[in-house]
Design a protein around this ligand. Structure first.
Ligand SMILES: Cc1cc2nc3c(=O)[nH]c(=O)nc-3n(C[C@H](O)[C@H](O)[C@H](O)COP(=O)(O)O)c2cc1C
Length: 327
């Protein structure tokens, strides 16, 4: 379904080239100061325009259409919409019959019997992450003083930020795309958030993070590297009564529960599936594999736009777990 959460229930709706996209947030406490301006900084961080991102330009202006009165949340469902303007739907008409490799065209057409909206990826589009970022702005207010901050750790396999731009340029020159790794840190996290099993912090965070299109891996603390370590290397000695540890290989989470250290999460973002190089893929009407030249405007490196989306996912996950609204 398109709804996540119990305490803060988030519903996203819309398609990339439909009239609008939006998010409904149920469970936002009454009395939270909120205005359209509060969204601008985070929405701007997800915006396209930088080299390596799509040339589609949208205003991304948030319309708060319900749940707010005189500058404060009312406690009723909060609804925020964004108009879609800069669409070129003709670029996508043929994809129902000739689906892009590693995009959702094929599975969407099968699952929804061809009734899915293929324009710009429809409901599968990265554009929908705008709604997650908006939800994240509200969730960040709910979880304060916990703060979340995400950065790009690597692009195309390199962790040298001085190389990022040239790696992206080289891929673009080849009509290709590159992936990247994002690291998110939550600070000011108290001991005790999360449940031992299904609502572990890792479970909730992963559920949200894997909802972000193009996210293919999630790890906490030392993550996959832990499998190659000995216990003596991976264990985090506790050094203070508030749970602080000498190292943080656990990424701030043990037994599904926050341990008072920063939560550290890394996310792998795959290379953009829509590349301008010609690729082979099935043409459904002929049953033959034929070459496909993808049209449309695409990000060459999705990871450039994802850090603020990851922050939103983590904030929404933590908002499920905070004991009381902190107003
Ligand atoms: C911010 C953002 C922007 C994206 N831009 C594009 C794009 O321009 N072209 C594209 O093919 N995929 C883009 N994607 C990824 C696709 O939506 C995604 O790969 C596709 O829906 C298949 O889902 P999966 O990769 O999670 O399996 C973007 C994703 C995000 C989060």
């Amino acid at each position: 379904m398109n709804t996540f959460g119990n305490k803060l229930r988030v519903t996203v709706f819309g398609e990339s080239h439909g009239e609008l996209i939006g998010v409904v947030l149920d469970g936002v406490p009454a009395g939270l100061p909120l205005s359209a301006d509060d969204f601008l900084a985070d929405l701007d961080r997800r915006r396209s325009g930088a080299r390596g991102t799509t040339s589609r330009h949208e205003s991304d202006a948030p319309h708060i259409v319900a749940g707010i009165y005189e500058g404060h949340t009312t406690g009723a469902p909060l609804a925020i919409t964004f108009d879609n303007g800069d669409t070129r739907s003709g670029d996508y008409a043929s994809l129902l019959d000739h689906p892009r490799p590693s995009h959702a065209d094929f599975v969407a057409a099968r699952k929804f019997h061809g009734f899915n909206d293929p324009r710009g990826g429809g409901h599968f589009s990265g554009r929908l992450t705008l709604t997650l970022v908006a939800a994240g702005v509200v969730a960040k207010k709910m979880i304060a003083p916990i703060a979340v901050a995400a950065v790009i750790k690597s692009i195309g396999g390199s962790s040298d930020s001085a190389e990022f731009q040239s790696i992206i340029e080289a891929a673009m020159a080849d009509g290709d795309s590159v992936g990247g790794v994002i690291e998110c840190t939550a600070t000011g996290v108290p001991v005790g958030l999360g449940e031992p099993f299904f609502d572990s912090v890792e479970s909730l965070a992963s559920h949200l993070l894997f909802s972000i299109p193009a996210v293919k891996g999630v790890e906490f603390g030392s993550g996959f590297a832990a499998a190659a370590l000995r216990g003596s290397q991976n264990n985090d000695p506790i050094i203070s009564p508030d749970g602080r540890t000498a190292t943080n290989n656990a990424g701030g989470i043990v037994g599904g529960i926050t341990n008072g250290n920063p939560s550290v999460i890394r996310v792998a973002v795959k290379p953009t599936p829509s590349i301008s190089r010609t690729q082979n893929t099935l043409r459904i009407s002929t049953g033959q594999v034929e070459s496909l030249a993808i049209k449309g405007r695409h990000d060459a490196c999705i990871a450039l736009r994802v850090p603020v989306v990851v922050e939103a996912a983590i904030a929404i996950a933590l908002a499920q777990l905070i004991p009381d609204p902190r107003l």
